[in-house]
Design a protein around this ligand. Structure first.
Ligand SMILES: [Zn+2]
Length: 466
């Protein structure tokens, strides 16, 4: 048996075997969020989310929201909250501060209701659904708070807003991952405890989703978008155009008329060409042209169209220097009107007057045209009747404004801000020099008589000859 070298074998010491230990998660994290919208003239608006944690923190960021979605501050804030939730260690208690009560209310109270209702009719549901799922995936509490004015939290939210503003100006086509974490989202809507109205709306949404857009509607929407861009210097999405029909200044019946106009759903023009024995109804008897809505409101030689637009322009020029060209786009999109002073501040009174004048005038032309074609066998109303009907329509709006601004006398606030009514109608009233600056309580305040030039009267020589 041979003996090996007695010297012990030296082996290098192996490196100590340690399990990788991650840095401990902080117990509490506070994040300040904000959203911002950049809307340059004649360009599509761009919204961005801003997130602020601390000065010189590498996680502070600003990022555009998806370009194909709605570009609003609320949407941007929801994306900022989503980013805050995703980028925080799930073992840390997270507190999120926002300046928007809407966001706090939505996240604290509404998310569970919307999820229960299957997100039917919920605006911005893509991001909200994702946010609800991410919140459920967290194991530690997430607290949402409102940053009250004058507090340090408000200042930090403002810094988040600066980051969002900078990002919004970049106009980047940002891509957001809106996939849901596994086993966190409820599929469909809950059959228990939901109202009939929600089920009905859900069915309507499914049916509407299967429809393809009507080509004539798409064409009209493009016309309105182009007119808003050329006249008011703003780019409007389809949603904004539809919403503009239902602004407060447009009465419900007029809004219905404009809505049908956007859909090209009035029974005029080409509607009749394929109906036997009715094909002649497609043509305007006054002009011998196809009688579509654009022809009736903008191109027809009928006296009602000419007199009413002249009156509207004349009244407008008492207040402003430039009357925007009347087109089908500006009529159907009058709710998109945006007038600003030299400093860029919105002129709310001017904007309100424009919406009232355009919607009331267009609807009156439509009613007088129907009267002429259906009841009067093509014979137009006389000039005096047209003028009186227009004056009545505009004065009715003025009187409703005055009543709303004067009521109630004491206690609660009036139904309409008196300053807004004064800003809307001042410089357009009859005999305004004789009225006090606050004319809301004066009797017999009227508008419109000055919209028509006086009819020249023949001077009679009273002395005569002989
Ligand atoms: Zn015509």
């Amino acid at each position: 048996m041979t003996r090996r070298n007695s010297e012990p074998v030296e082996r290098p010491n192996p490196p100590p075997r340690r399990r990788a230990v991650a840095a401990p998660a902080p117990a509490k994290v506070t994040i300040y969020v904000a959203g911002s919208v950049h809307a340059p003239p004649r360009r599509k608006a761009s919204a961005a989310a801003g997130l602020f944690i601390d000065q010189d923190d590498g996680r502070n960021m600003g990022r555009c929201v998806p370009a194909n979605g709605e570009q609003s501050q609320y949407v941007a804030e929801f994306f900022a909250v989503l980013d805050a939730v995703r980028n925080t260690n799930p073992n840390s208690t997270l507190t999120i501060f926002s300046t928007q009560e809407y966001v706090r209310e939505a996240v604290n109270n509404k998310l569970s209701i919307w999820e229960h209702e299957g997100w039917v009719g919920t605006p911005h549901r893509d991001v909200l659904r994702c946010l609800a799922a991410e919140l459920k995936a967290r194991k530690t509490p997430t607290i949402f708070k409102l940053a009250e004015p004058g507090t340090p939290e408000r200042m930090r939210c403002r810094q988040a807003s600066v980051l969002a503003k900078e990002a919004a100006r970049m106009h980047e086509d940002a891509r957001w991952d809106l996939s849901l974490p596994r086993d966190t989202a409820l599929p469909g809507m809950s059959l228990q405890g939901n109202r009939q109205r929600v089920f009905y709306r859900g069915i309507r949404e499914i049916k509407t989703g299967k429809m393809t857009p009507r080509p004539s509607t798409t064409k009209t929407l493009e016309k309105v978008r182009k007119a808003a861009e050329d006249t008011f210097g703003r780019w409007a999405s389809d949603t904004e155009i539809w919403r503009a029909v239902y602004v407060k200044e447009i009465l419900p019946r007029t809004a219905q008329f404009l809505w049908k106009g956007l859909h090209n759903a009035h029974r005029i023009g080409k509607y009749w060409t394929h109906i036997p024995e009715c094909a002649d109804r497609a043509t305007c008897k006054t002009c011998d042209e196809t009688e579509d809505l654009e022809h009736i409101l903008v191109g027809c030689q009928s006296p009602e169209r000419r007199i009413i637009w002249e009156a509207a322009e004349s009244l407008w020029l008492k207040k402003e220097t430039n009357w925007p060209a009347v087109s089908l786009g500006t009529i159907l999109g009058c709710g998109l009107a945006d007038f600003r002073d030299e400093k860029g501040k919105p002129k709310r009174g001017t904007q309100r007057l424009y919406r009232i004048l355009m919607s009331e005038s267009a609807y009156l032309i439509w009613k007088l045209r129907n009267d002429r074609v259906i009841s009067r066998d093509g014979e137009p109303a006389n000039e005096e009747e047209i003028k009186n009907k227009w004056k009545y329509a505009i004065n009715l709006r003025l009187q409703v404004d005055i009543t709303l601004a004067n009521r109630p006398v004491t206690g609660k606030r009036p139904a309409m801000a008196p300053q807004l009514v004064l800003a809307t109608w001042s410089d357009t009233l009859d005999d305004e020099q004789s009225l006090p600056a606050d004319w809301l309580r004066e009797p017999r305040v009227l508008v419109g008589s000055r919209a028509f030039p006086p009819i020249p009267t023949r001077r009679h020589n009273s002395r005569g000859i002989g």
